[in-house]
Design a binder for this molecule. Structure first.
Ligand SMILES: [Ca+2]
Length: 282
């Protein structure tokens, strides 16, 4: 083993710091909030249209009908990744509003694009610990004769070769080391694509689970280093993944032979060097 190899092994310890906060149940809190989420995006507003101003509407439905009739409402994208992004932003906004309504009992910070997690929740109510909340979106796989039973594609739980593989290092694109979180939670939005409506999204269902509980042994991409979820809708709802314990999930996926490209390797070496300097000083 090279020096670097030994260092890597050293910092690939399981999450010893993972702890359960019993006083506050963020999973339950998220489930309660998510039951009240209403998807109400109706399309993309376009300035040009045939309205003769001023426009008078009796209510939101009337406004929508008029905007539609006069060509002001364009459909949302139906390309899955683009539509998923719109949905994610809407759900994140909603959860941030709910956190704001807690009057300081909870606090939240939003991650950026290609960031883990989408939201970080903390605050006195959360016992000062940090919670990672990530939002994922998946389409139902439509069957010709039966009701849908699966997601169209495998949801990505984590990127496997960076913050997840080396949980004590503080990677770019993260708020803090993976192992510093009290808990990791996913908000999963399942929808049926409507190709004819401007809103695109039918029958939205939100599921809140710990990622390991819905973990599979399969990657979610053949080209990227992504850890995949199970695809059964009932399995996602019930938290019935392929691993019996969180430990089993972490062990399997941390031992997985993910590709490590030059960019990741450079960052890893930099982080290990920093960490060594830190421990030399301490
Ligand atoms: Ca996300």
């Amino acid at each position: 083993m090279t020096d670097n190899g030994a260092q890597r092994a050293k910092y690939r310890q399981p999450d010893a710091k993972m702890r359960r906060v019993t006083a506050f149940d963020l999973q339950q809190w998220l489930r309660t909030q998510c039951q009240e989420y209403v998807y109400d995006l109706r399309g993309v507003f376009r300035v040009a249209g045939s309205t003769s101003w001023p426009l008078t509407a009796t209510d939101a439905a009337d406004l929508e009908a008029q905007l539609q009739r006069h060509g002001h409402l364009l459909p949302l994208p139906k390309e899955p990744a683009a539509l998923a992004n719109v949905l994610e932003v809407s759900i994140a906004d909603f959860l941030l509003e709910r956190v704001a309504a807690s009057d300081g009992a909870l606090t939240a910070t939003r991650g950026g694009e290609r960031f883990y997690p989408d939201l970080e929740i903390s605050g006195p109510e959360a016992g000062g610990g940090f919670y990672a909340v990530d939002i994922k979106v998946a389409q139902r796989k439509i069957l010709k004769k039966a009701t849908p039973r699966q997601t169209q594609s495998r949801i990505t739980l984590y990127t496997g070769n960076t913050y997840f593989a080396y949980p004590t290092l503080h990677w770019d694109g993260t708020f803090r080391p993976f192992a510093d979180y009290a808990q990791h939670l996913d908000v999963i939005a399942i929808y049926t694509l409507n190709r004819t409506s401007a809103a695109r999204v039918d029958d939205l269902e939100l599921i809140v689970q710990e990622p390991w509980k819905i973990g599979s042994h399969k990657r979610s991409s053949t080209t990227r280093e992504y850890i995949g979820a199970v695809q059964g809708l009932d399995d996602l709802r019930q938290g019935r993944g392929e691993f019996k314990t969180a430990g089993e999930f972490y062990k399997f996926w941390r031992a997985y032979n993910f590709r490590i490209g030059a960019t990741v390797r450079n960052q890893l070496n930099k982080l290990l060097a920093q960490q060594n300097q830190g421990s030399a000083r301490a």
